[in-house]
Design a protein around this ligand. Structure first.
Ligand SMILES: [Zn+2]
Ligand SMILES: [Zn+2]
Length: 183
């Protein structure tokens, strides 16, 4: 007997005619979601995104599947307590998600950063629309396991940091020469 398993939300790209086999959720974003959420400390036991694009895809899938905890935990740690989990959850629920297109992935931007340009599609009564965004990501050490991880840099969070202060990502560089250049 075969059961049909769900395709990963990040594998649906309405702008492409490519019919190559899309990955199932269990073989795509699920190990990352489970790995980050199924443990108490900040330590990550399961799969950990090894690139900004991989992290971007798992964050998109977390929006579609309404896993706001994953969105919070993959944002830069110093920004996490400034996020509104309720607002993220309602926005994720109210949006009729329709797919993801990765437009470009700049894997190396300076020493610690990467950028992903993407379109997140959603349905509206007027038809298909997309959030077209350029997101910045930073690779920084996780205090719990002293292992470097990629994090999303949220440009909408206002932080009281001056250009000359040490960066919010913990790189030890001045903010303006580090994450300040991207948010
Ligand atoms: Zn996926
Ligand atoms: Zn930084």
């Amino acid at each position: 007997m075969s059961i049909s398993l769900p395709i990963c939300p990040c594998q649906i790209n309405p702008s492409s005619d490519d019919i190559s086999a899309p990955l199932l959720y269990q073989d795509c974003c699920q190990p990352y979601h489970d790995g980050l959420l199924n443990n108490e400390a900040d330590k990550i036991d399961g799969a950990k995104p090894d690139s900004a694009e991989r992290l971007m895809r798992t964050r998109y899938s977390a929006f579609v599947l309404v896993v706001p905890e994953y969105i919070i935990k993959t944002t830069l740690p110093s920004q996490q307590n400034l996020l509104d989990i309720q607002a993220i959850e309602s926005w994720a629920k109210e949006t009729d998600w329709a797919g993801l297109e990765i437009v470009a992935h700049t894997t190396k931007l300076g020493k610690h950063h990467a950028q992903v340009e993407f379109k997140a599609y959603f349905k509206t009564p007027e038809g298909l629309q997309a959030h077209h965004e350029l997101s910045a990501f930073v690779k920084t050490k996780n205090k719990a396991d002293n292992d470097a991880s990629w994090y999303f840099l949220d440009p909408t969070v206002s932080m009281s940091v001056t250009q000359k202060q040490p960066c919010i990502c913990g790189s030890g560089e001045k903010f303006k020469r580090c994450c300040g250049a991207y948010i």
